[in-house]
Design a protein around this ligand. Structure first.
Ligand code: GAR
Length: 223
């Protein structure tokens, strides 16, 4: 009997890699039936790279290339060579060009530290505080060429507390990012999630609101 091969996940990361670590922990614990195809970075000094074996690392600085498109092409070729089923941006802080996004359309996702569509882009925690939001959180969404605008698969809310600074809020959001990413990637590799013409499908049915992470780390539909 041949066992089905494990889904291959390419991870793009620019920094410390705690979200990558949670995927690695899930794989090690047997709760995420997948393997990391490679870790890809625009920052050769990214701590995330050190979490996998040297043969699984790829890193180049964009200024080694003639232009943005050339860097993106090299990155896309390296990602494709790792034969991923899914590509997960986990703290990848460089905007991906349209050619990259279209090449991996439908299997490229990103974790973003806000309840999208609120607070696309950078400094999301400070902006949530400035806006007086009472709730903040994290989202996992399909990537489209427009920044942080792709359809959202799942979200985890975090209450904003009196006296929160951007740092304290960021720490609490990070604590929900990890179970959110793990649970969402588990759904992706199980083949239950797809994207069709900007619509997320769960088990073939349209998902009109993002899945919601509860305190037990389970994703469910919001009614
Ligand atoms: C995470 O908070 C992630 O949501 C955010 O960067 C951090 C990376 O942490 N991503 C973005 O802001 C993307 N726009 P990590 O390196 O410890 O996973």
């Amino acid at each position: 009997m041949t066992l089905p091969s494990l889904s291959r996940i390419a991870v793009l990361a620019s920094g410390r890699g705690s979200n990558l670590q949670c995927l690695l922990d899930g794989i090690a614990a047997g709760t995420l039936p997948a393997q990391i195809a490679g870790v890809f970075s625009d920052r050769p000094d990214a701590a995330a790279l050190l979490k996998v074996a040297p043969a699984q690392r790829w890193a180049c600085t964009p200024n080694q290339f003639a232009d943005r498109a050339a860097f993106d092409r090299a990155l896309a070729d390296a990602v494709a060579a790792s034969q991923p089923d899914w590509i997960v941006c986990a703290g990848y802080m460089r905007i991906l060009g349209t050619a990259f996004v279209e090449r991996f359309h439908g299997r490229l996702v990103n974790i973003h530290p806000s309840l999208l569509p609120r607070h696309k882009g950078l400094h999301t925690h400070a902006r949530a505080l400035e806006a007086g939001d009472t709730e903040h959180g994290a989202s996992v969404h399909f990537v489209v060429p427009e920044l942080d605008a792709g359809s959202v698969i799942a979200q985890a809310p975090v209450p904003v507390q009196a006296g929160d600074s951007a740092d304290t809020l960021a720490q609490r959001v990070l604590q929900v990012e990890h179970p959110l990413l793990l649970a969402t990637v588990r759904l992706l590799v199980s083949g239950r999630i797809a994207e069709r013409q900007g619509q997320v499908l769960l088990d073939g049915q349209p998902l009109f609101k993002p899945l919601h992470l509860d305190s037990a780390g389970t994703l469910s539909r919001l009614s």
